[in-house]
Ligand binder design. Structure first.
Ligand code: NAD
Length: 246
């Protein structure tokens, strides 16, 4: 029960890695607010897990007003002890053909949205004198990958934003870390055909994709007090992907 009594926001908590993290936080004794755009999936999760432990709040992380309301409601429900800043979208477009709109949408959600949630997290955590923020980056923040210009740029930005926030708040009882998953079998990969998925599998020394639960386990650790001397770090959970690149 490493998160007993803690109140935690999971953005993008209705699906994939976020959903697995919601389940893990509950299993570890915490309470969760799911912040997402997918009301059907979010509310289904609340029905399954029980509304004394989980709430769904409709929130577009790009919208500052939504983010403010999310934190106010969470403070009333369970307090803001931790935040998994996880909402994101995938995007594959050849760089030369990426439109302004393609670029802007990914940067808005995967970088600006992460900043807006982080900014509000710090406001509440500074007030509380404690807190753990975990930002979701990616192996693509560490390495280039063709046809992912905005996604890779955003994830690289998340890594350095994390370090910046961590050193700024290190003496305030606040820890800020990131997690970098390898390719994980979630709906974000649903656009890929079987051949493309197999090509991704081959990039991982473990010769498989990650499971959402495996990312959730590592996230729960970073959110918990067991990670009390860890800040400004990035935790790679990638089946050895990056080890093969160094
Ligand atoms: P997913 O599509 O299963 O879940 C993403 C969730 O975010 C969805 O529920 C979606 O509704 C929500 N969301 C999207 N835009 C939003 C917005 N503007 N405001 C609020 N919620 C929004 O994807 P996933 O694979 O679970 O991805 C979660 C995170 O993990 C993302 O940041 C992604 O970049 C990162 N990641 C995923 C992989 C992978 O292979 N699956 C690898 C590395 C990093």
């Amino acid at each position: 029960m490493r998160l007993k009594g803690k109140g935690i926001i999971v953005t993008g908590g209705a699906s994939g890695i976020g959903e697995a993290s919601v389940r893990k936080i509950i299993a570890e004794g915490g309470k969760v607010v799911i912040a997402d755009l997918d009301a059907d999936r979010g509310n289904a999760l609340v029905s399954e897990l029980g509304d004394d432990r989980v709430r769904y709040i409709h929130c577009n992380v790009v919208d500052s007003h939504d983010v403010e309301t999310l934190f106010q409601s969470t403070a009333e429900f369970c307090g803001v002890d931790g935040v998994f800043n996880n909402a994101g979208i995938g995007a594959i477009t050849p760089s030369a053909e990426t439109t302004d709109e393609d670029w802007q949408q990914v940067i808005d959600i995967n970088l600006t949205g992460v900043f807006k949630v982080a900014r509000m997290s710090l406001q509440y955590m500074l007030n509380n004198g404690a807190g753990s923020l975990v930002n979701c980056a990616s192996i693509l923040g560490h390495f280039g990958q063709s046809q992912t210009p905005a996604y890779s740029a955003a994830k690289g930005g998340v890594l350095n934003l994390t370090r910046t926030l961590a050193i700024e708040t290190a003496t305030n009882g606040i820890r800020v870390n990131s997690i970098s998953p390898g390719y994980v079998d979630t709906p974000i990969l649903s656009a890929l055909d079987e051949e493309s998925k197999n090509a991704l599998i081959a990039l991982h020394p473990m010769a498989r994709l990650g499971r959402p639960e495996e990312i959730a386990n590592a996230t729960a650790f970073l959110l918990s007090d067991e990670a009390s001397f860890i800040t400004g770090a990035d935790l790679l959970v990638d089946g050895g992907f990056t080890a093969g690149k160094s």
